[in-house]
Design a protein around this ligand. Sequence first.
Ligand code: NAP
Length: 310
Amino acid sequence: MENVRNVVIIGSGCAGHTAALYTARANLKPLLLEGHEPGGQLSLTTLVENFPGFPEGIQGPELVENMRKQATRFGAEYKHGHVTSADLSQRPFKLHVSHEVVHTKTLIIASGASARWLGLPHEQQLIGHGVSSCATCDGFFFSGKEIVVIGGGDSAMEEATFLTRFATKVTIIHRRESFRASKIMLERAQNNPKIQFLTDTVVEDVYDVNHKEVTGLKLRNVKTGKVWDFPTSALFLGIGHIPNAKIFEGQLDADADGYLKTTKYVFTKVHGVYACGDVQDRRYRQAITAAGTGCMAALEAEKFLEEQGS
Ligand code: NAP
């Protein structure tokens, strides 16, 4: 078979770029397929202050662009394209990418997870300007301000509790009266004097797109139908993430929420197929941990190819 790649990497976030860098430096000439959201979640953030090596911080999109340039310098090939299906039943693995078929001896899945958004009319325009899905990334920017967190699960409780380090007040807004968060995390939030709760309430829109910053929310009580404006400086979403792993359904193991299951960090159940970054990590979800597992996947792919004598 002609044109069989050594390594194909799906996804262009931190995990994918790091896997590309390592496999390129191992002279494996990797092909990275960028997917629908080039740059991954980092491309949606502004200043990244917790990636080591940048004492003044770095803009998220600049950080991923730097990673891309670094991998390209060593021969990694990047291609726009979304993988629509994969056949992992035999090697070389077969991927359908847009209208093309790509064959590869090893596959590194770094397709990430996409934050779940509310779908408000002005939500997307204010991402990075007060609308965020990552408290660890963006909480610091709202020191001394009032913040809203949406959700009733552990993520929302965790984010709200974390955000009280910066905010003067955090309001958790939840669409129901009862919470699916674990008892301990809910109680921690309930016992925090800086946190207040608004239940049976949904957000209808976020202001103010004209000023390119969040100034408030339009809320609706689902029981009474009352609609009112609620001032706030930031809207954090803690309503879950969706791992981008649907195309592997039935071929790779995933947990109940669709996160790929891995053993020894990056091994999937198919030899030669590795998963790294947020598509297999529901716990840490940090740029640096994604980069770390991207590196591990690359080293394993390299070892596998060596063992296969290719
Ligand atoms: P989750 O448990 O699925 O909770 C999502 C929350 O968002 C739910 O309360 C849900 O409301 C709400 N929600 C979803 N879509 C919404 C929408 N369109 N509008 C308004 N609200 C919406 O997700 P998660 O909190 O991210 O947790 C996921 C998993 O990770 C859980 O197993 C959790 O235990 C775990 N986790 C653990 C920790 C920890 O232990 N430190 C931290 C974070 C997450 P409903 O309740 O009405 O459905």
